[in-house]
Write a protein that binds this ligand. Structure first.
Ligand code: AMP
Ligand code: ZN
Length: 467
């Protein structure tokens, strides 16, 4: 078994070799908590979850950090508009994020550091001080500290950019004349009135960190000076990850990250799903439309991470049908297997093919094709009554291994709130013998892609299966 990943830095597929196996240090850029994360963001977190779970299946011990950006221009502006102190404002979105990753069955990271934690701010200040001492950073007229990109020869290597082409990024304070080079970015932003009560003391006066130094500092404090894998969406490559490399390597003089993995965007009609374009859905929007967490997980997981994924409701409906096919297959196997013990002799002929596909730069589409080939073949055998109970048991065991990575097994998932609300209304209508109202509510439930059956125990709701 050998795993290969496409490294954005080298633009090559490389054999994966961690620094200190079986340990793998993984840093993943987390949400900016100024509103609810959208499902584009979750595409990236689900890709990272697949990465972690596959590495664990292959025997690695993954130590993962997922940070929370809880101070930057957007969070400050948001708290100001809401008339709330920054910590209170961001807390509601942190809570929502933790709830959402649970719904999507994303394994929690060991560390969820927040930029404003005192020990992280201290680490940022320590790193900026080192960069100042080395003359890689400077104090500008506006009392902010900037990174001097001309002092870091490798600047631009990750994004494969020509230094002359650098344009200022959106997260840099706007007045360029204060900087030596238009591409220099802020490490520490001097306090101004718009910052209100937000600010920390530093050797350079009161201020707040730039976004990029937050991640460099949290990675170094928790994982140390060198990490194995760093992930994010492709929009993070420049300037954010380029800047992280410059800061971290500027401080230590050593390589910061061995493998850079970036997921392509979730797109809507050819454009990146984003808050600023207003073309986004939050997880909650989709739950309210009657989709479940596992359906949304599957819809976001099933396309290889280096390909753009087009978001459509047809895609979600397909995800639902694929899952129902898996459920039905598992149920048939379970009925057949009863108490039979799995016999290794009966394991699927290509039992490792699913994981071998994931070894190849997480080729999830090839891995899922293996699963559905297996489903097709064994369904046929069951139709012909040619599958033995011990074989069925072996296939269920094989599925358990796959599901450790996929996390798609049916469970008693909560029925979406909107469907529950309609079920309650329908139950009330039926108690009052308002049959036409009950039928109208049933139609509304069906519009959300759910069926309802009336049984002795009451109403039973399930997602609609299309044959
Ligand atoms: P942000 O909260 O904007 O800092 O983004 C959090 C994570 O989501 C980062 O890794 C981004 O690269 C990623 N991201 C943002 N928009 C999308 C999108 N449309 N598709 C996939 N990932 C995205
Ligand atoms: Zn980051």
């Amino acid at each position: 078994m050998s795993i290969a990943f496409y490294n954005t830095y080298s633009r090559k597929l490389e054999q994966f070799q961690p620094i200190d196996p079986p340990k793998v240090k993984l840093y993943t850029c987390g949400p900016t908590v100024y509103s609810f994360a959208h499902i584009g963001n979750f595409r990236t977190y689900i890709f990272e979850d697949l990465l972690q779970r596959h590495l664990e299946t292959r025997g690695y011990e993954v130590e993962r950090v997922l940070n929370l950006t809880d101070v930057d221009d957007k969070t400050i502006k948001g708290s100001h508009n809401a008339g709330m102190p920054l910590p209170e404002f961001t807390q509601q979105f942190k809570d929502a994020f933790f709830e959402d990753i649970k719904t999507l069955r994303i394994k929690p990271a060991q560390y969820f550091p927040a930029a404003t934690d005192a020990e992280n701010i201290a680490k940022m200040i320590e790193m900026i001080r080192i960069l100042m001492e080395k003359d890689i950073a400077y104090l500008a007229e506006d009392q902010s500290i900037y990174f001097r990109i001309n002092r870091f020869p490798n600047y631009g290597k990750l994004a494969h950019l020509d230094l002359d082409e650098l344009r200022p990024s959106g997260r840099v304070r706007n007045d360029n004349y204060e900087k030596e080079n238009i591409g220099d970015f802020a490490l520490w932003k001097a306090w101004d009135e718009e910052d209100g009560s937000v600010g920390w003391d530093s050797p350079w006066g009161k201020g707040r960190p730039g976004w990029h130094i937050e991640c460099s500092a949290m990675a170094a404090r928790i994982l140390g000076p060198q990490i194995d894998i760093h992930c994010g969406g492709v929009d993070n490559i420049f300037p954010h990850h380029e800047a992280e490399i410059a800061q971290s390597e500027g401080c230590t003089g050593h390589q910061f990250v061995r493998y850079w993995l970036h997921s392509e965007h979730l797109i809507v009609e050819g454009q990146k799903m984003s808050k600023s374009l207003g073309n986004f859905f939050t997880l909650r929007d989709l739950l309210n439309k009657g989709y479940t967490g596992r359906e949304i997980r599957y819809a976001l997981l099933r396309v290889n991470y280096r390909l753009p994924l087009n978001f459509t409701f047809d895609g979600l409906a397909e995800a639902r049908q694929s899952l129902l096919r898996i459920d039905e297959w598992r149920q048939r196997l379970a009925d057949l297997a009863h108490d039979a013990t799995p016999d290794q002799e009966y394991a699927p002929a290509k039992s490792d093919a699913f994981f071998a596909a994931l070894d190849d730069n997480l080729n999830i589409s090839a891995a899922l094709a293996e699963l559905f080939d297996q489903i097709r073949a064994t369904n046929k055998q069951m139709d012909q009554e040619a599958l033995k109970p011990a074989q069925a048991a072996a296939l269920l065991k094989w599925w358990d291994g796959l599901n450790n990575v996929l996390q798609l097994q049916k469970s008693e998932e909560p029925i979406p709130a909107k469907v529950q609300e309609l079920l309650a209304k329908r139950a009330a209508a039926r108690t009052n013998k308002l049959w036409s109202e009950s039928d109208a509510i049933r139609a509304e439930i069906e519009q959300l892609g759910w069926t309802v059956k009336d049984t002795k125990e009451g109403q039973k709701a399930a997602p609609v299966k299309v044959h």
